[in-house]
Design a protein around this ligand. Structure first.
Ligand code: GLY
Length: 408
């Protein structure tokens, strides 16, 4: 029996309960009309896209068309769970079998990656939560559950107990050097796979690892003003903190907006799964930092909140993730706090939809304006459609419509 149950007030259970009790968001008539219009367009576009591309595994479009596995590492690429995730979300919302058939087909293609150890890293959470765990939650498919649990074991196996962090990549993306001492903020969105496995197997080891990692991220990633580092380097032998180099943002000490968005959503989820109020406080701190920065850029995120004023570079994906995270956060705060997060999320979604959305059902992808990293030598990864922008956009819209499949 846990200490929490002795007291009869398990904070994780209360957090889960309050999430269930407060699904409803209060929207202005204008926001509601916008939402209903966007949902109608989304169902048309996604149906056409699912019928057209089916079990393809997409990343971006350069000509209005997705191309299968058009990414480094092919089947192992970290974004490959987002298309099946979009399909499971739409299946949950509409019950249309087109989505389920396509999602199952993608998973069939992807399942061999679980035995291809070298190709996988901490992003196994981003792959298997929206694909296999979503499948299990929606259909009860026992093979999908096993795949999710296998993925959770691989993620747990990356934990470094000397430094209390989950190792991010196998090799540095820029140099190819082996990087056993690196952790990155993004992983805060991978650890919900461990929270899920802990509950699923009734085995707290997975949760212990997730909590230890989240606390290390809290200590070294989040600065006192709510801005975040992207990469932290530890001595993997002793666990000692060494440095925080620049990552996908402008440079060392800057504030990469997608990293900020992972922090908002990820710390909210660590609160949801543990009931630890410190995680909620960190989520709010990061949220307030994002909201202040977005309020001065017309609610469209720059790639980095601490970069020179010129050139202006946007990243809509940071907006979509921040919006989905704020909507989740709104579910876990008191009545008088909810409007702050709900309204900020709607401001972001509406501004980005106006500036970036392509609703033509004949063309693939929805949200343009996604940027993979700040220093992009040839511009091919700057302000383009990126699959996770679409995933989090759909998730945010379905949260607002109370039609979301909760997967994290
Ligand atoms: N997780 C990698 C990225 O956000 O670019």
């Amino acid at each position: 029996m846990s200490n929490f149950s002795v007291l009869g007030t398990d904070p994780a259970v209360s957090a889960q309960k309050s999430a269930e009790e407060s699904q409803g968001y209060v929207l202005s008539p204008e926001d509601q009309a916008w939402l209903d219009d966007v949902y109608a367009k989304l169902t048309v576009k996604m149906k056409a896209e699912a019928e057209r591309i089916g079990t393809m595994i997409p990343y971006t479009t350069r000509d209005g068309k997705y191309h299968d596995l058009d990414v480094p590492g092919g089947l192992y690429y970290w974004t490959n769970g987002f298309w099946p995730g979009m399909l499971w979300q739409m299946y949950h919302a509409t019950g249309d079998e087109t989505y389920r058939t396509a999602a199952e087909g993608v998973e069939e293609r992807m399942k061999e990656t679980l035995t291809g150890f070298e190709g996988l890293d901490h992003d196994i959470g981003f792959i298997f939560l929206p694909m296999s765990v979503a499948n299990w939650r929606e259909t009860g498919n026992a093979d999908a559950r096993r795949r999710g649990l296998h993925a959770a074991n691989l993620l747990a196996g990356r934990f470094n107990p000397a430094g209390n962090y989950i190792r991010a990549w196998n090799n540095a993306p820029w140099t190819g050097d082996e990087v056993s001492g690196w952790m990155i903020i993004d992983c805060i969105m991978n650890i919900p796979l461990l929270y899920w496995a802990a509950k699923e197997c009734n085995d707290p080891r997975f949760r212990h690892i997730a909590v230890a990692h989240a606390k290390t991220a809290q200590k070294y990633v989040v600065r006192s003003d709510g801005s975040c580092n992207h990469i932290l380097i530890f001595d993997s032998q002793t666990g000692e903190f060494i440095t925080n180099p620049g990552g996908q943002g402008y440079g060392q000490g800057s504030s990469w907006s997608r990293g900020q968005s992972w922090a908002v959503y990820g710390f909210t989820l660590s609160y949801l799964h543990t009931g630890d109020e410190n995680f909620l406080a960190t989520a709010k701190q990061c949220a307030h930092y994002c909201i202040s920065n977005l309020a001065v850029s017309g609610w469209v995120p720059l790639v980095d909140y601490r970069a020179p004023a010129e050139p202006v570079k946007y990243d809509s994906t940071a907006g979509m993730i921040t919006a989905a995270g704020l909507l989740e956060l709104a579910r876990h705060v008191g009545e008088y706090e909810k409007p702050l997060y709900t309204k900020a999320a709607l401001n972001i979604l509406r501004a980005c939809e106006k500036k970036f959305c392509n609703w033509d059902p004949e063309q693939d992808s929805i949200v343009n304006g996604g940027t993979y990293f700040y220093h992009d030598p040839d511009g091919t990864n700057t302000e383009v459609p990126i699959i996770y922008g679409d995933y989090y956009f759909i998730e945010a819209i379905l949260k607002l419509k109370d039609k979301e499949l909760f997967i994290w």
